[in-house]
Design a protein around this ligand. Structure first.
Ligand code: MRU
Length: 353
């Protein structure tokens, strides 16, 4: 396991490591109500698709605790929790794990809604704990399957942060790195910094340094040259949503490095749990892409780096078409193209387990 505790449920509160403060300061945000959590998701205190999904599940438990204090009838109590689910769903649009986690909680709520409120809360908490545990289990399996495609002396380019900080623990893409490293492979990570919000340099580099995994930090614009110089053997990054045809939405810049990798004959792997695959959409064009505040591009953490008057374009994610993706590493194995066949097969395997 990794030492990083991204989120923790304790004494009816959700404790989040504040990803906006790392790496200079290790601080925690305590969510005692679901609105505090909703705001934390919006401003990226907690971020990364699986971590958002797991936190939101605990957000529903927070709502149940609040509802018991703040409402009268059973109907008002249930309506309060349902409204909280709606509000949590409005925090970020791209990562499908958010909706997946909330749907599971809503289904659970539906199945226990006639029980006494104390019991409803306990059932919701059990479900959230299950989602949390399953996420860690999935990540370890992803690490194990991913290790099979990692060469002995691999030099791996990562993008954004798909580590313990982006999940309940261990990580997806960084889980593959972690697993291979722990197996004694002589791997070296090239972490790109990931403008505009620097999840690569602030978070991935922090995790790598903390665990003594050999790594080099590069700026995003250095990735192509590093590939040309023969410094990179493979790419591994995470995903926020994967369409049925294997198109992958992930942090802005994933598309650019994938196209560059193909040009240089370097394999591109995406590491994600099946909960990141949206079986309701055919292809990446249908994935909603979050547009974030224009100042994230004009500024670097509050310091102005461009004229205030300049317009900016700030999509938080892009879509890498499946033709650029060598394999999708999941908890049931490494899926290969054609993804419209391997994805449904993977869900079947999972169902049968
Ligand atoms: O905007 P963020 O920091 O939430 O974006 C995170 C990513 O793009 C990750 O790569 C993705 O969510 C996978 S995390 C295991």
């Amino acid at each position: 396991m990794s030492e990083v505790k991204t989120l923790e449920w304790k004494n009816d509160e959700l404790i989040l490591i504040d990803c906006t403060k790392l790496p200079t300061s290790e601080e925690y945000v305590i969510c005692k109500d679901y609105k505090t959590l909703a705001e934390a998701i919006k401003i990226l205190v907690v971020r990364g698709a699986p971590a958002i999904g797991v936190s939101a599940a605990y957000g529903v438990v927070l709502a149940a605790i609040q509802a018991q204090k703040e409402t009268g009838t059973q109907k008002e109590y249930i309506d309060f929790i349902k409204k909280a689910i709606e509000e949590l769903a409005e925090t970020r649009p791209t990562a499908v794990n958010l909706f997946w986690g909330l749907n599971r909680m809503e289904e659970k709520l539906e199945s226990v809604k006639d029980l006494p409120q104390d019991q409803i809360k306990e059932e919701l908490l059990k479900e959230a704990n299950k989602i949390y545990d399953e996420d860690i289990e999935c990540n370890i399996s992803i690490g194990k399957y991913g290790n099979e495609v990692v060469p002995q002396d691999a030099r791996i380019l990562t993008h954004c942060n798909a580590g313990a900080l982006a999940t309940a623990g261990y990580g997806t893409a960084l889980g593959v790195v972690r697993y291979a490293h722990n197996q004694g492979k002589n791997i070296h990570v090239y972490a790109d910094e990931t403008r505009p919000l620097l999840q690569g340099s602030r978070l991935t580099a922090w995790e790598l340094v903390k665990e003594d995994i050999p790594a080099t930090l590069i700026t995003d614009s250095m990735a192509g040259y590093a590939m040309k110089l023969g410094m990179i053997d493979m790419l591994v990054f995470g995903a926020d949503r994967i369409a049925l045809n294997g198109d992958v939405a992930n942090k802005i810049g994933s598309y650019s490095i994938s196209v560059l990798a193909k040009e240089h004959g370097i394999p591109v792997y995406v590491a994600a749990p099946l909960s990141t695959i949206d079986i309701n959409i055919e292809n990446g064009d249908q994935i909603p892409i979050e547009q974030r505040d224009k100042d994230e591009v004009r500024e670097l953490f509050g310091t102005q780096t461009a004229p205030k008057e300049i317009d900016t374009f700030n999509p938080a994610f892009d879509v890498t078409p499946s033709q650029y993706i060598t394999g999708i590493i999941t908890e049931v194995g490494v899926l290969r193209p054609p993804y419209n066949l391997s994805i449904p097969k993977a869900f079947k395997i999972k169902e049968e387990r």
